[in-house]
Design a protein around this ligand. Structure first.
Ligand code: ADP
Length: 495
């Protein structure tokens, strides 16, 4: 049985979707469009305007004017906060519609989008709305040794960075837009957002809600299009003051190079190859926890617990338990009732993930379960557990971004920290044990931005999120994100 698609969703996908620039819906300057497929079938879901450098330039111009001259900067923090809160309310009011669009465009099960992506996105705006009235500077009593006897009144102002370019991925399309837009707006910036070409629909729907919430024209602009054209133009644009990017480490490095032209500020949330560590004394819940850590969102999570380490005495039991869960997962279209795992987002991802599976098996790994594509329609991959891997294999070192976990045994707490940290990445980690002192001792040794103890994939708007090493620069969410979207000005008065 299939979840019935709302008429508003049918209408939204039936009409060609346009760019949102300066509060207006507009076709791309080139007149070009591209198709976004439904990943469960491979068939066209909607037609989207293909923005490129010319459209990015227009959108940056609109964001610049909105920042320099528009009403946005003249609103009181309280007025700004109320508008941002209203965006969160509107997301909840349109929850079903947004969840359906997300499921159709990304492939994730509709109930998951409705229970997780949509409320988390609303929460992000609600949480950030409160910060609008709490952005503060300091007064500082300065000494200035070369001006003896002088008295000063000195303070800092925390100000918006200006025009922000935001480039987001396809794994949590609405949520990534919320993580980016909410803090940028709270701190008074204006934005050009480029959604992923695979999943543009909910960002476009969000633009409608943002306008309805009362955000003035030009403050939020959404330009759909491809990474190499629209994305690259945004990252390189000389009138953009900051670029915030979530995506692959490979593209993150290109963003840094593009940003060098005008030395715009950069924040990056990149890939991961996160260790999930199960000790012998872990509760039975660790098995389901380990499965959830890798299989949630089809493994298309930058924090996916893709390297499972199990202490020797329980290795066989935990691996078999995770494999049994993998075998029982019901694959199907995201909009079909009972589906537990949908397709991967695109044909490209299907080829990428199956390529890794072939490489792992050719290198000598064993597939305890899975190991191949599922079916011949849509982009489905079987949830896979690989053992007999070596630390130098590609499947162990590189981010697969699919439902594939590599499992290896370890003997003691002394060697597990080194094994867990033996990666270029440092985004997430999981620790499963009933000895809480051991858990905290290990948490301290792990070089990653998020460590979960006896849980995994727990996110909250108030918790900072980001990476060590090649997993990124800066933090999203929590009050830490405010630093990424503000400049600090020191004002000194000689009395
Ligand atoms: P993935 O490989 O998982 O699709 P990417 O890092 O390629 O992830 O994509 C994340 C986002 O970055 C998308 O919005 C994509 O369009 C954009 N992007 C891809 N290449 C570039 C680039 N060279 N410059 C700017 N943005 C890019």
């Amino acid at each position: 049985m299939t979840v019935t698609v709302d008429r508003s969703v049918e209408e939204f996908t039936a009409a060609p979707r346009q760019l949102f620039i300066n509060g207006q819906w507009t076709t791309a300057a080139s007149g070009k469009t591209f198709d976004t497929p439904n990943p469960a079938t491979g068939q066209t879901l909607a037609r989207i305007a293909e923005g490129d450098a010319a459209d990015i330039d227009k959108a940056v111009g609109a964001a610049r004017r909105a920042f320099d001259d528009g009403p946005w900067g003249r609103l009181t923090p309280s007025e700004r906060g109320r508008i941002i809160w209203r965006i969160g309310d509107l997301i909840l009011e349109h929850a079903e519609e947004l969840a359906q669009l997300e499921s159709l465009d990304n492939g994730k099960p509709y109930p998951v989008a409705l229970a997780a992506d949509i409320p988390l996105s609303a929460d992000m705006f609600h949480y950030m709305a409160g910060w609008a009235t709490k952005i503060e500077g300091n007064t500082i009593d300065i000494s200035v040794p070369y001006m003896p006897g002088a008295n000063f009144h000195t303070y800092t102002l925390r100000e918006p960075v200006g025009v922000v370019g935001q480039i987001i991925p396809w794994n949590f399309p609405l949520l990534m837009a919320a993580w980016k837009l909410a803090p940028a707006l709270t701190t008074g910036n204006t934005v050009v957002l480029k959604p992923a070409e695979q999943t543009p629909l909910t960002a476009l729907k969000l633009a409608e809600l943002i306008a309805a919430a009362g955000v003035p024209d030009g403050v939020v602009n959404v330009v759909t299009g491809f990474g190499e054209t629209a994305g690259a133009a945004l990252a390189a644009h000389p009138h953009v003051d900051k670029v915030a990017f979530t995506g692959s480490t490979e593209v993150g490095k290109l963003i840094v190079q593009a940003a060098a032209g005008n030395l715009k500020k950069v924040s990056l949330e990149l890939g991961g190859k996160s260790p999930n560590i199960v000790f012998e004394d872990a509760s039975p819940a660790a098995v389901e926890g380990a499965a959830n850590a890798i299989f949630f969102n089809h493994g298309q999570c930058c924090v996916a617990g893709s390297r499972l380490f199990v202490q020797e005495g329980r290795f066989d039991e935990v691996v078999e338990g995770v494999a049994q869960i993998a075998r029982s997962i019901r694959l199907g279209p995201g909009m079909e009732s009972g589906t537990q795992m949908g397709p991967l987002v695109s044909d490209e991802q299907l080829r990428r993930v199956t390529g890794y599976l072939e490489s792992g098996l050719a290198d000598g790994a064993t597939a305890v379960t899975g190991g191949t594509r599922h079916g011949d329609q849509g982009y489905f991959v079987e949830p896979t557990v690989l053992t007999n891997t070596r630390p130098d294999m590609k499947v162990v070192r590189e981010e697969i971004f699919g439902p594939v976990v590599v499992a290896a045994p370890f003997s003691s707490i002394d060697d597990i920290a080194a094994a867990a940290n033996d990666t270029d990445y440092g985004l997430g980690a999981g620790i499963w044990t009933q000895d809480i002192s051991k858990a905290h001792a290990l948490a301290k040794k792990i070089r990653a931005g998020s460590v979960w103890i006896n849980c995994y994939n727990v996110f909250d708007a108030s918790l900072p999120f980001g990476g060590y090493k090649q997993s990124g620069w800066g933090r999203e969410m929590g009050h830490e994100v405010l630093e990424a979207y503000t400049e600090v000005k020191a004002v000194t008065t000689l009395l």
